[in-house]
Design a protein around this ligand. Structure first.
Ligand code: URA
Length: 194
């Protein structure tokens, strides 16, 4: 069988009809947001699902949540191009509602394959949905709690570290959360291999 690749995943997502969200794409002329960044990276960021700006451009975190994410990257001198950024769900749920269980179930195998290809040392889970999926997938189900209890903690799973963060969108109008996010991002200043 041909080796899996990010390009193969890209082509599959473009033709994917596994959940009803693909219809939104056709109806509005949206793009799926597959992922962006460097394949050979130690850090991957996993958000929830594309918002309107993301669906219009096909790029993750390019709207107001993306501005916060860029600010967080700047605060720890990480270049956006040096990491990989994606979401658990690749198509925009209507009206920015949270992704449904069946949508997540239909879509997450793409993320699982992206992680398998990239083999990051650190997975940064942005928000509740991403944290729950990532912790379940990597054997940390028993440690799942609300994001308010998990944010900024480093969990070890096999050869990877998993760090849950508040979702950057939560900090758009909440300076207290932005401060917490900035502080939690400092965990990324550590050597990903250590
Ligand atoms: N929120 C997300 O979770 N992902 C994006 O790509 C944009 C906003």
């Amino acid at each position: 069988m041909k080796k899996d690749s990010l390009e193969k995943i890209r082509k599959e997502v473009l033709n994917c009809k596994k959940c009803p969200l693909y219809k939104e794409r056709g109806r509005h002329g949206y793009y799926p947001v597959i992922g962006e960044g460097r394949e050979k990276t130690k850090i991957i960021f996993v958000g929830e699902a594309p918002g309107l700006n993301e669906a219009k451009t096909g790029r993750p975190f390019c709207g107001s949540a993306g501005k916060i994410l860029d600010e967080l990257f700047n605060s720890v001198k990480i270049k956006r191009e040096s990491v990989y950024i994606t979401n658990i769900v690749k198509d925009r749920p209507p009206k920015n509602r949270p992704p449904r269980k069946e949508e997540i179930e239909a879509c997450v195998h793409y993320l699982a394959r992206q992680i398998e290809i990239i083999k990051p040392k650190v997975i940064c889970a942005l928000g509740n949905y991403s944290t729950t999926y990532i912790m379940e997938k990597f054997g940390l189900k028993k440690k799942i709690q609300e994001i308010s209890k998990l944010h900024g903690k480093i969990f070890q799973s096999k050869k990877m570290k998993i760090i849950p963060f508040y979702h950057p969108a939560a900090a758009i109008y909440n300076s207290r959360l932005k401060k917490i996010l900035k502080n939690d991002f400092k965990k990324l200043l550590r050597d990903p291999d250590s």
